[in-house]
Ligand binder design. Structure first.
Ligand code: C2O
Ligand code: CU
Length: 536
């Protein structure tokens, strides 16, 4: 495979900095290359949107422009602040220009996509205000629901919270042959939580004055007010580390209003784009969920779950025939209560109204009148080879990555983020498979505190091999364990307190420096992120 790599940076002063790796010529500056199928401009910029009644909310968002491609390639987010939905086909050549209209540096990561290192949005590629970053890559992933979001070091949580995120949906021939529900019956649902102040502004942790709606001293999660850590300083730092939980659930960047649906089959693409909150999703009347896809696309066959755990950055695709609900029934997607969530709410005695693991409604549906359609999901969805641990070069000795906590900083095996560094353990050979074990046993943590983590590996899709939990946590674990969707291809995996999760990774096609980290963004920003290096 000859992957052409292009990198074009426009400095804020207009100076053009280029780095060209491989044999390709540099794409003409600012013009769509004749050799791409899709060319999009994404402007990251401050804006305001009307989310609650009254004052508009200051946000940061992606505004998009389609310079080349079929019109359906871009679907503007309806009403909310989210970026556009980008729809592409496997095999297409994509060019996307990120133009930084923010008052601070940023970069975009294509979450779940298999792309060369310069295209992956590592924080070392962050661009200054006014600068442009040109992405150009071939879509090499299976059909599935991927997404994109900022990734500057230390500020990913803040920038995503301010509104920067969007979906990147890939289709392919295998998927098309299934005739899954499409058009108005294909519903992307991006779930997030936010805190608003009395002026309708987002409330995030303390920080720069230029960020929208940052209120020094206001605690993230609303969970600390009145708690022992309340009042900024230490409290702010603690909350900054533990995570940010919002009282208000948003769907597709808006307050969820009841959604009208036809009495027929639908495909629901769920993304948990919350900064820290984990969801336990279920139908409120206990109808089982029919799961057809996860992070890396369709499963081999539909499976039934009473509920599904969805950690930050994970996706799950549901198939649902609304004709199963009779008359005036209003099926509601809920997040159920569970244990073992971020322990802070209770630990700090905070007054937050919606702690991690608390139950709440996500979205209520209203099913149209009329006769239902008798539709059921395809019995077979895709071919997924059996995960074969014996293929791993370290089959006998899985690498262990312990999620650790030190003095006010997270780490992996005791090490925090190092922009250009990767240890020997974190170095792998191009073209090989390895088994990694993520261990979440609270090593180094104060007061034995252990919280869930959502482990994401850049640049590839992996397979989940095994999970085990220490007996100490088995009671809490009982409230979540039936909800993992470990089948199919994954790029993010929930690792609950006390758990050891083994995954099988293949390092194919691209050498270079990539990230792996917790996708609870405040954990990522405060050290729970490391590089791994793929050596040719
Ligand atoms: Cu979606 Cu490194 O993240
Ligand atoms: Cu974490």
């Amino acid at each position: 495979m000859n992957h052409q790599r292009r990198l074009l940076l426009l400095g804020s002063a207009g100076a053009v900095v280029t780095a060209s790796i491989g044999t390709s010529a540099l794409a003409a500056q600012g013009k769509a290359g004749a050799d791409v199928d899709v060319h999009i401009e994404l402007h990251a910029l401050p804006d305001q949107v009307s989310i609650r009644s009254g004052k508009p909310t200051q946000v940061w968002r992606y505004r998009s422009k389609l310079l080349r491609g079929e019109p359906h390639t871009l679907e503007a987010s309806a009403g909310g602040y989210l970026g556009p939905i980008i729809r592409v086909r496997r095999g297409q050549r994509i060019r996307i220009d990120l133009i930084n209209g923010l008052p601070e540096s940023t970069i975009i990561h294509w979450h779940g996509l298999h792309v060369p290192e310069e295209m992956d949005g590592h924080p070392r590629f962050a661009i200054a205000p006014g600068a442009r970053y040109v992405y150009e890559f071939k879509v090499d992933n299976r059909a599935g629901s991927y997404w994109f979001h900022p990734h500057p070091h230390g500020r990913t949580g803040k920038q995503v919270y301010a509104g920067l995120a969007g979906l990147f949906l890939v289709s392919d021939d295998e998927e098309a042959a299934l005739n899954l529900p499409s058009g108005a019956q294909d519903l992307p649902l991006v779930i997030q939580d936010r805190n608003f102040d009395a002026d309708n502004q987002f409330v995030y942790l303390g920080g720069g004055k230029d960020a929208p709606s940052q209120r020094r001293g206001m605690m993230g999660g609303g969970m600390m007010s009145g708690g022992m850590m309340g009042g900024g300083g230490m409290g702010s730092m603690m909350a900054g580390m533990m995570g940010v939980l919002g009282d208000q659930v948003l769907v597709n960047g808006s307050i969820p209003r009841q959604r009208e649906v036809e009495r027929r089959a639908h495909r629901l693409r769920l993304l948990n784009a919350s900064n820290t909150r984990t969801l336990k999703l279920a139908w409120s009347d206990q109808t089982p969920l029919t799961v057809i896809g996860s992070d890396g696309g369709l499963l081999a066959a539909p499976l039934q779950r009473d509920y599904v755990m969805l950690a930050p950055a994970e996706r799950v695709e549901l198939w649902v025939n609304f004709s199963r609900w009779a008359g005036a029934a209003e099926p509601t997607l809920r997040s159920l209560a569970f244990e073992g969530g971020i322990a802070m709410g209770s630990m700090m005695g905070g007054g937050g109204s919606l702690s991690d693991g608390a139950a709440f409604d996500v979205l209520r549906f209203k099913v149209s009148d009329g006769k239902g359609r008798d539709e059921s999901p395809p019995a077979r969805l895709s071919t997924i080879a059996k995960a074969e641990p014996l293929m791993a070069v370290n089959y006998a000795h899985p690498k262990v990555f312990e999620l650790t906590m030190g003095m006010m900083v997270w780490g992996i095996n005791g090490e925090s983020f190092d922009m250009l560094g990767a240890s020997e353990l974190e170095t792998v050979k191009l073209g090989t498979n390895e088994i990694w074990e993520f261990r979440n046993e609270g090593r180094g943590s104060m007061m034995g505190m252990v919280m869930p983590h959502s482990m994401h590996v850049h640049g590839l899709q992996f397979r989940v091999l095994t999970r085990s939990v220490s007996r100490k946590f088995s009671d809490e674990y009982d409230s979540v364990k039936a909800g993992f969707v470990d089948d199919g291809w994954k790029d993010t995996v929930l690792v609950m307190p006390g758990e050891r999760v083994r995954v099988l990774l293949r390092f194919a096609d691209f050498a270079g420096l990539f990230l792996y980290h917790c996708h609870m963004l405040e954990h990522e920003d405060t050290g729970l992120m490391r590089n791994y290096r793929v050596e040719a």
